[in-house]
Design a protein around this ligand. Structure first.
Ligand code: ADP
Length: 793
């Protein structure tokens, strides 16, 4: 049957007793511009201009019905009503014929009465020939009572006079006028935009005046609010200081005004959350689908996203048109019949949507407000975008101030010293720990250059910018001494980092004074232990050195005693014993002398008896005095000098001690038929004396210790010689007391060369001491003592 109906040329629509559409043939669908899905199962009243009572329709045989086309255009049909069975149920068959004349005068009047614009026609005297309901409403009168009256009868005097004035003007000028006026309606001042025009007759005379007036309060209000808001948020300062609530408040006001003006059942602003793919309720007024209590429309499906964010053409939709929305069913059962959906978009940026629901009780306005709402939406888009930006700026700002606060807190609470030092060496920031540790106030610290804060010896440790640029950016663990306010230095363990963008150094430090003190104490303790063990070594050494000659002396004495007792001693034996006793007494004397000297030097009681002397003759004389000793070993002793006379301030006794020590060692460690060369050179500033032998030499690793006390080289290969091992340490001290220095060059089995230098200086106003040659005796005595451990004298 459906197929037959579809083939018919006539328009057929079949409904059940409730008005639900069961069938609509294709011809009729095409005429109205719907698809089957759009209307099937929907109530016929959804596509009828006037709500009709279905029972009433059922009773009529023929009836005129006004249908909405999909385009919202209204078309009048003359319909035959037949009650018959459709799909085995009693149904109402509506057979429609389009009425060629769309509107009657009543229709027009009806239409004019339903738009929120005041309309009228007056004759040239100002008598009303026509007024629509809206205008009558403004005058608080019945429509019919307006007609035949004048403004003075219909409106308050002050308005009436004004209207009359304008009417006269347009009649005289024969030109229309557009004006804005404020009218008090129901105790509220509202703004109206009024258009008045003269209608000319055949003779170009004005025969009527017509007019239209519409309430523009809302537009004005919104324009004003948006404008004010724009001004207020246009400066960054305002953006940061203006609370978002203000902007939200403004948008809420706009929504309130819209709700009132559109007489809708609700209005909501939804903001799009790109990440979560959802629309989140931002502002809500009036009706709201209860399933949306969380205020979220999930845009899970591409269709939803597409429909709501891209596809929808802004405007009023029949509820069936938004069946893709998840809240469709609920809105439908809540009685929502139309839903206005408008995108809030700034260029391509989806900001959100504005929804305006209408339910049964409130007819949606038939005239098109879309453009106006769209304009509001674009203003809203700007506001909300600003709001979002403000939020972002605020969040950023907060983050920054939070970090700054945290940093400040960190600086304050850090156990370590934390500071920022500029490239100029001045502190830019320093936590309170610096003051605590160094005693300087923050202000004082900021005014002292790092150079002056550091111990002079530590200054060179400070890295320059280029070091950081070239090397690693972070330098850790360097110990510096920082000047304390008390004048002392505090040890700080400093780590530093150069921040190139900021051109400053970030410095962290730790007070290690206590640790350094502990370290120092440990070192001192170690030193004491070392000295203690050296002393022990020394005493065991010394006791051996003492014991040997003493034993020999005692032994010789014993032998002598025995021989005397037996009366069997020969003169030769007697001399031998006496010599042995003498030699060993010298050895003891030498040892005691050396020990006394060393301890004197150490305690600071050793003083030089300085006088101006010819050093050349001192060296030469002492060298020659040992000739006897070298001859026994067939050693060739050579003295060589490039100057005969070099006068300098020295203690001749001590120079002799130095020379005798070096010579006795040279003889001791040089084999028979060896060679010892004593040479002297002078360069006007200093005298350089060298004692060179071709003896055993000194192993390399021992060279470093021979000038230390007890630095005797003990090597299995080198036969332990007699000696205390304190000779060279005494030599070194004596040379140094003269302001000079000593060094050795030696190679095992090749020989050794001891070189000492004495600076040439003179004691003013003092004559040169000429050494008495008669003192030779005492010199021999000295030799005997010094050489006592080598030879039998
Ligand atoms: P000692 O009284 O034991 O000779 P010294 O202080 O005079 O003590 O010498 C220290 C050590 O230096 C000696 O034990 C020896 O090993 C080494 N030494 C000194 N002079 C020479 C030298 N001319 N040739 C080789 N070794 C030497």
């Amino acid at each position: 049957m459906k197929r037959i109906f579809n083939k018919l040329n006539g328009d057929i629509i079949i409904i059940n007793n409730k008005g639900d559409i069961l069938f609509c043939n294709e011809v009729f669908l095409k005429k109205l511009g719907y698809k089957q899905d759009d209307i099937i199962k929907n109530n016929i009243n959804n596509i009828l201009y006037n709500r009709e009572d279905i029972d009433y329709i059922k009773k009529e045989n023929n009836i005129d019905l006004l249908f909405y086309k999909k385009t919202k255009e209204i078309v009048r049909f003359n319909c035959d009503i037949i009650i018959d069975f459709f799909e085995e149920k009693e149904s109402i068959f509506i057979l429609c014929k389009e009425v060629s004349k769309s509107y009657t005068i009543e229709d027009l009047e009806n239409l004019l009465d339903n738009i929120p614009i005041g309309l009228w026609i007056k004759d040239i005297d100002g008598k009303y020939l026509y007024s629509n309901s809206y205008l009558a409403g403004l005058a608080n009168k019945e429509k019919e009572k307006m007609v035949g009256n004048y403004d003075i009868d219909n409106f308050k005097d002050e308005y009436a006079y004004l209207y009359k004035e304008v009417d006269e003007e347009i009649i005289n000028t024969k030109k229309p006028r557009l004006l804005e006026e404020i009218i008090r309606v129901n105790g509220m001042d509202r703004e109206f935009e009024t258009y008045k025009a003269p209608i000319l007759g055949k003779n170009e005379d004005v025969v009527y005046t017509v007019g239209a007036t519409r309430d523009i309060s809302l537009r004005k209000k919104i324009e004003e609010q948006v404008f004010n808001n724009h001004n207020q948020i246009s400066t960054l300062h305002n953006i940061l200081n203006r609370s978002n609530r203000d902007i939200k408040g403004l948008l809420e006001n706009v929504c309130d005004e819209l709700l009132k003006s559109l007489s809708s059942d609700g209005i909501s602003i939804w903001l799009y959350d790109k990440d979560k793919k959802e629309l989140k309720l931002y502002i809500r007024r009036g009706y709201f689908a209860s399933s949306l209590h969380e205020g979220i429309i999930k845009l899970d499906t591409d269709k939803m996203r597409w429909e709501l964010l891209n596809e929808i053409s802004d405007g009023l939709k029949g509820i069936s048109e938004v069946s893709y929305m998840d809240i469709y069913e609920e809105m439908k059962s809540d009685g929502v019949k139309y839903l206005g959906i408008y995108k809030i978009k700034l260029r391509d940026d989806n900001i959100g949507i504005l929804t305006i629901p209408y339910n049964d009780d409130n007819q949606p306005p038939e005239y098109d407000q879309s453009n106006f709402i769209k304009a509001i939406c674009s203003q809203m888009a700007i506001l909300i975008k600003n709001l979002k930006l403000t939020d972002e700026i605020k969040i950023e700002n907060n983050k920054r101030s939070n970090t700054e606060r945290e940093l400040a807190l960190f600086l304050e609470t850090a156990v370590d010293l934390v500071g920022v030092i500029g490239e100029d060496g001045y502190f830019k920031k320093a936590n309170s720990k610096w003051s605590e540790v160094l005693g300087w106030t923050e202000e004082e610290l900021m005014n002292i250059n790092l150079k002056n804060l550091l111990h002079p010896e530590d200054r060179k440790k400070v890295l320059q910018v280029k070091d950081f640029k070239e090397g690693s950016k972070f330098r850790k663990n360097v110990k510096y001494r920082y000047l304390n306010k008390s004048g002392k230095y505090t040890w700080l363990y400093i780590g530093s980092k150069y921040v190139e963008e900021k051109k400053h150094f970030l410095v962290t430090g730790r007070d290690i004074t206590k640790e350094m003190y502990a370290e120092e104490q440990t070192k001192k303790l170690e030193k004491v232990i070392e000295i203690e063990s050296l002393k022990n070594e020394f005493f065991s050494n010394i006791s051996h050195e003492f014991k040997t000659p003493l034993n020999i002396i005692l032994g010789s004495m014993q032998l002598l005693n025995q021989s005397i007792d037996k009366n069997s001693i020969t003169t030769e034996k007697l001399i031998n014993h006496i010599n042995t006793i003498k030699q060993n007494s010298y050895r003891l004397l030498r040892l005691v002398n050396n020990l006394i000297d060393i301890s004197k030097i150490e305690t600071g009681y050793y003083e030089l008896q300085l006088s101006n002397n010819n050093i050349v003759s001192i060296i030469e004389d002492i060298t020659l005095s040992v000739v006897n000793y070298v001859e026994c070993k067939n050693i060739n002793l050579i003295f060589d000098t490039d100057t005969e006379c070099e006068i300098l301030a020295c203690d001749p006794d001590k120079i002799e001690r130095v020379m005798l020590n070096l010579l006795s060692n040279a003889i001791k460690y040089t084999g028979e038929y060896g060679e010892i060369i004593v040479s002297l050179k002078s360069d006007n500033k200093k005298v350089i004396v060298s004692v060179k032998d071709n003896g055993t030499g000194i192993p390399k690793d021992k060279i470093g210790i021979i000038f230390d006390r007890f630095g005797q080289v003990n090597d299995a290969l080198i036969k332990r010689r007699e000696g205390s091992g304190i000779g060279l340490s005494l030599v070194k001290s004596l040379v140094e007391m003269h302001g000079g220095s000593i060094r050795v060059e030696s190679e095992v089995n090749i020989g050794s060369e001891f070189i000492f230098e004495i600076p040439i200086s003179l004691i003013e106003d003092e004559e040169v001491t000429i050494l008495d040659k008669n003192l030779r005796g005492s010199q021999i005595e000295k030799c005997n003592i010094e050489f006592s451990d080598i030879y039998n004298i």
